[in-house]
Design a protein around this ligand. Structure first.
Ligand SMILES: C[S@@+](CC[C@H](N)C(=O)[O-])C[C@H]1O[C@@H](n2cnc3c(N)ncnc32)[C@H](O)[C@@H]1O
Length: 266
């Protein structure tokens, strides 16, 4: 190990400071320098003490502020001069967050690091939309997949294994490809009327949750003009939202009672 410095790869959850872990809050308040992403909310950034150095390294699709290898190098350089480097990440650092790539690089360079888990979008958004990821009799497993295609290549997913009615499927980064994804799942055997949800800005005051049948998902997302960040949830558990929704922000349900009756018979 090079020095006493430590890089904290810290998950901030969906953006509500009340959903931070106690450890995450303590580290943010004690940091010498904070390096942060685009998905880290303003409410979380406001918790950083006024005198702490902040460095923005966020990315937008196709437009990087810093390339990943530059971020990796920045963290190592900061470890030469600072003691507590807090690297904020939206959600959980190890779920579609490239936290593992940063950890791998730090390990290679002999820089000490810790990973502080955060509430991932799949968990936060579904909780706030009243959709349990598992429910006895409806789903006994859950799968998280990325809907982002690398370098405009077709999505490389195992559609046959994803088309499982007993499983809840959560799709991150899927807005651009949701039509293709829905069609592939239906071709692979998932019923076209499977309940599906699109949750935009989940677990925040700006949350919008659209619920419809799988075959209508792309059309409804276009009609409602949903924009990233969105997670998609496909599976019978979605039919419980009409009963379990508690947050009361922007819920749009098509054929609510029909979907519930079809997939959750009493
Ligand atoms: C690069 S991934 C980062 C995921 C993050 N590490 C996590 O654990 O949630 C970004 C994607 O996460 C999802 N996401 C993150 N925050 C969200 C939110 N508040 N509402 C809906 N989706 C969200 C979206 O699918 C978005 O495109």
């Amino acid at each position: 190990m090079k020095s006493k410095a430590c890089v904290y790869l810290l998950g901030t959850g969906p953006g509500d400071p009340d959903l931070l872990t106690v450890k995450a809050l303590r580290l943010i308040q004690q940091a010498d320098v904070v390096v942060y992403d685009r998905l880290v909310s303003d409410d979380i950034l406001q918790l950083i003490p006024a005198g702490t150095t902040r460095i923005y390294v966020g990315k937008r699709s196709g437009q990087h502020t810093l390339a990943q290898d530059e971020i990796n190098a920045l963290l190592v350089n900061l470890a030469e001069t600072e003691r507590a480097i807090v690297r904020l990440k939206g959600g959980d650092p190890f779920i579609f967050g490239r936290g593992s790539e940063e950890a791998w690089y730090l390990a290679k360079q002999g820089v000490r690091f810790e990973v502080i888990p955060g509430i991932t979008a799949a968990s936060a958004c579904t909780s706030y939309a009243g959709i349990p990821l598992t429910h006895r009799g409806l789903a006994n497993s859950v799968q998280f997949v990325s809907g982002h295609a690398q370098n405009n290549q077709p999505l490389d997913l195992d559609w046959a294994s994803l088309a499982d009615e007993n499983r809840t499927l959560v799709i991150y980064m899927g807005v651009a490809n949701i039509g293709y994804i829905s069609r592939q799942l239906i071709y692979a055997g998932l019923p076209a009327n499977s309940p599906a949800a699109a949750i935009e800005n989940g677990a925040s005051r700006r949350q919008r949750c659209l619920i419809c049948e799988l075959s209508q998902l792309q059309q409804r997302v276009t009609e409602e003009d949903l924009k990233a960040p969105v997670v998609f949830v496909i599976g019978r558990v979605v039919s419980l939202a009409s009963e379990l929704e508690w947050f009361e922000h922007g819920l749009v349900i098509d054929n609510e009672s029909e979907l519930h009756a079809q997939h959750y018979p009493s």
